[in-house]
Design a binder for this molecule. Structure first.
Ligand SMILES: Nc1ncnc2c1ncn2[C@@H]1O[C@H](COP(=O)(O)OP(=O)(O)OP(=O)(O)O)[C@@H](O)[C@H]1O
Length: 254
């Protein structure tokens, strides 16, 4: 599904900054992979490269054997819209629209018929348990509901790869658990491949595998197995072993 090969990223500017060095990462179809590491370790940089928002300085990234950076600008936009789904910390919903209108936005951009859009929106709302809030505006719903709506919007065109950057960063522990359970269930039922960047060990414990990076380099990876609680403990142990800022561990929810 995804191959990151010897990828390095150097930000050029007044001061040159090496954000990633020789990263190799393979994500198989249907995997749910978490990326963790101290603040500034290069997690978002890696996600942005995979999201085709930015290009590696050296190395290459293949999504389903294709290098999106070889596409022309219009084709790249289409590729991003059709193959990828995005979920962010800030939900990024449009406040003047209802939840339903937000969810069908990607289909509106594709020029789909209203009837087809409504049907798809209802299907996904039922699957994700948000039917009751479809007619509400975004300021009338909770943070957890907003993130569920954002996940529904990211899933409406059944992307092959869902990329999430700190999706639980603005949520309390109950809402965070709801959103992670929802992502886990989508991953299992729809077989959508997922990659999640997070500081939150509880959120990361829903992944099948967590990859740790430090100072822009691969540090280690651990696999979940059957027991999520044991995996959660392993994640905390790895974070404390790798050090980094205290901030990372002070936010742990148990
Ligand atoms: N556009 C940019 N130009 C220059 N430097 C950048 C740019 N974006 C990020 N950096 C630097 O690259 C490094 C990695 O940043 P990145 O945002 O990828 O880290 P992160 O692990 O996601 O951090 P956090 O957990 O705090 O979000 C940091 O030192 C950051 O200051």
């Amino acid at each position: 599904m995804l191959k990151v090969k010897q990828v390095s990223k150097i930000y050029e500017g007044k001061v040159t900054h090496r954000a990633l060095t020789d990263i190799n990462l393979t994500i198989e179809d249907g995997e749910f992979v978490g990326i963790m590491g101290p603040s500034g370790s290069g997690k978002t940089t890696l996600l942005n490269l995979i999201a085709t928002i930015d290009e590696p300085t050296t190395g290459e990234i293949l999504i389903n054997e294709n290098n999106p950076n070889h596409l022309k600008k219009d084709d790249l936009a289409k590729f991003r819209r059709r193959e990828l789904g995005f979920v962010f910390q800030e939900f990024n919903l449009l406040h003047t629209l209802t939840v339903e209108e937000n969810i069908v936005l990607p289909l509106t951009l594709e020029g789909k018929k209203v009837k087809e859009m409504k049907q798809k929106a209802n299907e996904i709302a039922a699957k994700l348990g948000i039917t009751s809030i479809m007619k509400k505006r975004t300021y009338e719903i909770s943070g957890g509901q907003a993130q569920r709506a954002a996940v529904a919007r990211a899933m409406i065109h059944t992307p092959k790869l869902l990329l999430a950057d700190e999706p639980t960063g603005n949520l309390d522990s109950k809402a965070s658990k709801d959103v992670m359970e929802m992502l886990e269930s989508i991953n299992k039922k729809e077989r959508t491949t997922m990659m999640l960047v997070t500081h939150d060990p509880q959120a990361a414990s829903y992944c099948n595998r967590v990859v740790f990076i430090r100072d822009g380099k691969f540090y280690s990876e651990i696999h979940r197995g059957d027991n999520r609680q044991a995996f959660f403990q392993k994640i905390i142990d790895t974070l404390s072993l790798m050090g980094g800022d205290a901030h990372d561990l002070s936010h742990i929810r148990v």
